[in-house]
Design a protein around this ligand. Structure first.
Ligand code: 2RA
Length: 333
């Protein structure tokens, strides 16, 4: 199967190539696409060097699947051009996520919404993905009514520029090209993406709106505070969920132990709880610190961590592609 990876040289693009290789996705020809300055360089994939090509070259090659991670503007312009030549696009940007005509998919939760007619499929925001994977089975059993989430997001979610800023600050060097309006090392920024007129940031509103769309339930009330922390890889979330029905904590543990995509890490007596360092290079969403919110009925607190470049981006996109192949929803060319 011919596969294009658009944004192949970025942090997420590099992870996409790694995940495609690891999961033995049936790639027969790889078309790595990147900006004009990278065309002519090579990327390594399964022991072979592939030349980086332009968008036009990749579209002309009519790949079966194109996985995009190149920003919203690029997706808006070029995803429809791939779709026109019969390519199915899995897009990691925010460009199509809330388009009512496009599916927003986390395979463990709602892969079954996909059909042959879906030519541009949206991959959700990283912080939303780990929330809904942890929430899905609990919602089915107890019905989530209100969620209060606070995030602790790694600099890798911003990209290479932010990784460089953190490393330069830590080394005591001048920051050549800052990604943030403030220092990030030894600091915490309650600011991810652009502030909106209602005082929330776009990242916070992504969590609100995407959660409802993926869960297929507009009645869930979600409020979010998204925070950047000086962590290199792995987003963490404190999640407070009020359910319609009461729960037994032992049963909650049991449900999470059997939830697709979740690994329960919850043994406080042994200082065992999810941490971003332990999520690196892994696809599981780590869930722990399970406890009842004692201030009101039917309410659970939990702590959820995942590798934002993997399950939060690359792995989720590749899992969507795998589902398309398994269900025959993509033409094998
Ligand atoms: C972030 N949500 O961590 C973004 C990445 N998609 O900033």
């Amino acid at each position: 199967m011919k596969v294009a990876v658009v944004g192949a040289t970025g942090l997420v693009g590099t992870e996409m190539l790694k995940v495609l290789a690891e999961r033995q996705f049936p790639v027969t020809e790889l078309l790595p696409v990147a900006s004009a300055k990278s065309v002519g360089t090579v990327v390594h994939f399964r022991g072979t060097d592939y030349p980086v090509v332009s968008m036009e070259t990749a579209i002309a090659a009519r790949p079966a699947i194109a996985i995009f991670s190149a920003g919203g503007g690029v997706s808006l312009e070029f995803a429809p051009k791939f779709a026109e030549v019969g390519t199915v696009v899995v897009d990691n940007s925010s460009a199509w996520r809330m388009d009512p005509g496009k599916k927003l998919v986390v395979p463990e939760v709602n892969a079954d919404v996909l059909t042959q007619n879906d030519k541009i499929i949206a991959n959700p925001n990283c912080s939303t993905i780990q929330l809904v994977v942890a929430l899905n089975d609990l919602h089915k059993k107890y019905k989530a009514e209100r969620i209060v989430v606070s995030t602790y997001q790694s600099v890798t979610g911003t990209g290479k520029k932010a990784v460089d800023q953190l490393m330069e600050e830590r080394a005591g060097q001048p920051v050549s090209n800052p990604a943030y309006p403030h220092a990030i090392d030894l600091n915490v920024l309650p600011h991810i993406d652009v502030f909106q007129p209602n005082g929330y940031t776009k990242e916070e509103l992504k969590m609100v709106n995407e959660t409802k769309k993926i869960m297929g339930d507009d009645s869930i009330r979600v409020t979010a505070t998204c925070v950047r922390v000086p962590v290199m890889g792995g987003h963490s979330e404190s999640i407070n969920i009020e359910f319609a029905q009461d729960f037994d904590l032992g049963e909650v543990r049991d449900i999470l132990r059997h939830t697709d995509g979740v690994e329960l890490v919850d043994d406080p007596g042994q200082n065992s709880y999810p941490m971003p360092k332990d999520s690196h290079g892994r696809d599981a969403v780590l869930v722990g610190r399970l406890r009842r919110d004692e201030t009101q009925p039917n309410t659970l607190n939990m702590w959820v961590v995942a590798d934002n470049l993997r399950k939060g981006a690359a792995t989720n996109a590749v899992q969507i592609a795998e589902y398309l192949v398994a269900k025959g929803l993509v033409e094998n060319k």
